[in-house]
Write a protein that binds this ligand. Structure first.
Ligand code: NCD
Length: 304
């Protein structure tokens, strides 16, 4: 029984296998339509979600399986004070695999220690979001054809943005990646990630507050939302929320084959006028997320 709590729980070889599997699903979905007949996925979401929960559920349906949904904490016994451990001991009596999102960092890890079925971390607080990283890696693989020797800019809330943390960790196992970290002073990448993923592996990186000056060197620009729900006060959020807004004008100095990514939801950080630019890949990421979650479910359920 195997859970995925951190993207580093999967080796680079396993990530390659998942990408190959997702590409095969895209080219021949019928072949996979009954792979999970009779199996059940439970989605336990203690925080808001549109894409992650629905793509997990769509993934399971497209594999022929069924879904048990808990879409918000208020509708479950968590509202009565039940612990994550007890909730998971219960749900693992009903489901073959569980995807869990929780506002507390480490909750899916605790769940995995108390579950008899695989747990997938679907986002834990400001910590990690490994399955968004799977969607991101498939997108990068399709757009760039490589993970080595890329210059990737992360822009916005690098402090609380869990998708940023997981993608940086995943990329830290390749060669020649240059990290460009663009954020306000208050929302810089946490030291533990900068040191362990970037500095210890001797990657080149820069930290800056200015998006426009670094734009011309980027192969990938990963925009993020300022994570309002993780702020201690609304004033700080209001001051920082619109610091970076990507517009067609700002893209004029960018490479013609730049890949613009965003895990979504978008608030203001990318103007809708950018959506029609062929470099905008954020809605491709949405679709890729479903295929990678299909591949991950197959792997964790041990389906050939
Ligand atoms: C992200 C998340 O939940 O961390 N959304 C997602 O799953 N695609 C990003 C965000 O909420 O800003």
């Amino acid at each position: 029984m195997r859970s995925v709590i951190d993207v580093l729980d999967l080796s680079p070889e396993e990530l390659d296998e998942l990408i190959t599997c997702a590409k095969d699903i895209i080219s021949d979905p019928k072949k996979y339509a009954h792979k999970c007949d009779g199996k059940k996925l439970a989605t336990l979401f203690f925080e808001p979600s549109t894409r992650t929960r629905l793509s997990f559920e769509a993934a399971m349906y497209e594999l022929g399986g069924n879904v048990l949904t808990m879409a918000d904490a208020q509708s479950s016994s968590a509202a009565k004070g039940e612990s994550v451990a007890d909730t998971v001991k219960t749900v693992s009596c009903y489901a073959d695999i569980i995807a869990m999102r929780h506002p507390k960092e480490g909750a899916p890890l605790v769940a995995s220690m108390n579950s008899s079925v695989p747990i997938i971390n679907a986002g834990d607080g400001g910590h990690n979001h490994p399955t968004q990283t799977l969607a991101d890696l498939l997108t990068i693989s399709m757009e760039k054809g490589r993970f080595d020797n890329i210059t990737i800019g992360f822009c916005g809330d690098l402090k609380f943005g869990r998708t940023v943390h997981s993608l940086i960790n995943a990329l830290s196992r390749y060669q020649g990646v240059k990290f460009v970290l663009i954020s306000p002073e208050e929302l810089k990448l946490p030291d533990y990630i900068r040191i362990n993923a970037i500095e210890k592996n001797n990657f080149e990186y820069i930290q800056t507050t200015d998006l426009e000056s670094v734009m011309p060197e980027l192969d990938i620009l990963y925009m993020t939302r300022v994570q309002r729900e993780r702020f201690f006060n609304e004033e700080d959020y209001l001051r920082l929320k619109d610091r970076y807004i990507l517009t067609p004008e700002k893209l004029e100095n960018a490479k013609s084959d730049l890949t613009v990514m965003h895990p979504l939801p978008r608030v203001n950080e990318i103007s809708v006028a950018v959506d029609n630019d062929p470099r905008a890949c954020y809605f491709k990421q949405v679709l890729n997320g479903k295929y990678m979650r299909m591949a991950l479910i197959l792997k964790l359920l041990g389906v050939e």
